[in-house]
Design a protein. Structure first.
Length: 191
């Protein structure tokens, strides 16, 4: 079984929300070095804006001793993505408080990733704001060249209303909700 198989992809794309205490699937990976056992998870980190959503995924590995190892998490992710990787489903393991522990680890390790996403989001907003301000300035200049004073005043008032509404929408876009979502959680061990 590999992650490229249709059934596996459907399960991952369903975006199941894990809850504390839920049984965790146990998988054996052939190429996993001996002694590596623990919980591997994939998390969605992102922000949800008014009309825009930005996400990244981030793997975390939590050993049975409660330590997180990012290189191991990435290594396991690479193994999952390998088409030739042999994966065996063994059964389920109690998940008790592992989700909360993993969430704390991801908050520590994923903070810089979230800040990167936030910065990218704000850069996009700034570009959108600059484009909008330029468009309103050019339209205002074009209207000011109209010959009839009454028509010019009417169109300027109309443009002022449009710009006021646009600025309100831009201010709303400054607000966003940070998101942290467990996408996948499995217990892995080598064989």
């Amino acid at each position: 079984m590999t992650l490229q198989e249709e059934k596996i992809l459907k399960i991952l794309m369903a975006r199941h929300i894990f809850v504390p205490g839920e049984p965790v699937p146990v998988l054996q990976l052939k190429d996993l070095p001996e002694g590596i056992k623990g919980y591997w998870s994939l998390w969605g980190i992102g922000l949800n804006g008014t009309d825009q959503r930005m996400d990244r995924v981030f793997p975390v590995f939590l050993s049975e001793e409660g330590k997180s190892y990012l290189p191991t998490a990435k290594y396991i992710w690479d193994r999952f993505m390998d088409k030739g990787q042999e994966i065996h489903f063994i059964g389920f393991k109690k998940g008790d408080d592992v989700l909360e522990t993993l969430e704390e680890k991801i908050k520590q390790h994923g903070y810089s990733l979230f800040k990167e996403i936030e910065q990218l989001y704000r850069q996009r907003l700034n570009r959108e704001r600059e484009k909008g301000e330029l468009a309103f300035r050019l339209r205002r200049e074009a209207i000011s060249r109209l010959g009839l004073k009454g028509v010019r005043e009417h169109r300027l008032k109309q443009l002022d209303r449009e710009e006021h509404l646009w600025r309100g929408r831009m201010a709303q876009k400054e607000n966003f909700i940070p998101e942290l979502t467990p996408v996948c959680l499995v217990y892995v061990e080598g064989y």
